[in-house]
Ligand binder design. Structure first.
Ligand code: SME
Length: 137
């Protein structure tokens, strides 16, 4: 394992690579459980800065994934009651939990300005990305 500073740089590079490579990935970030607290903390991202750097478990799409341990694909964010809006431009979102030794320790979160863009292939790809990220943490 590298130093934590190096890990931050790698996570940011992964966010930027994903955002620059997929036209409908407009914001890409990694949230992780914040120590012993019942909340997520934003660790790295690419795209517009967000006010939502801390998200309590259960709140929004991210907070729900922290407790469900399951992928959450949102084709239309307007149809979600438990949703935290980061930008008026966002139409869709996908959140994929990140597991280390079977434990849900964080997630990758992607916002899209394109309606309903996320396919099962995106889910499989992002699960793969998270498995790789788990090896550098
Ligand atoms: N929309 C998310 C909040 C994080 S922003 O998308 C960066 C949610 O509802 O949890």
């Amino acid at each position: 394992a590298g130093t934590s500073g190096n890990t931050e740089e790698k996570l940011t590079a992964i966010c930027e690579l994903l955002r620059n490579s997929v036209p409908y990935y407009d914001w890409v970030g990694f949230y992780f459980k914040n120590g012993d607290k019942e909340e997520l903390k934003l660790r790295s991202y690419a795209g517009e800065p967000t006010d939502h750097t801390i998200i309590p478990f259960g709140k929004g799409i991210c907070g729900q994934v922290a407790v469900s341990n399951e992928n959450f694909v949102v084709p239309d964010v307007k149809a979600q009651d438990n949703y935290i809006a980061c930008s008026i431009h966002v139409k869709a979102e996908v959140v994929i939990p990140l597991f280390v030794n079977g434990e849900n320790i964080g997630q990758i979160d992607i916002d899209s300005h394109t309606p309903d863009p996320f396919t099962p292939e995106d889910e499989a790809f992002l699960e793969y990305v998270n498995r790789q990220v788990a090896t550098i943490l």
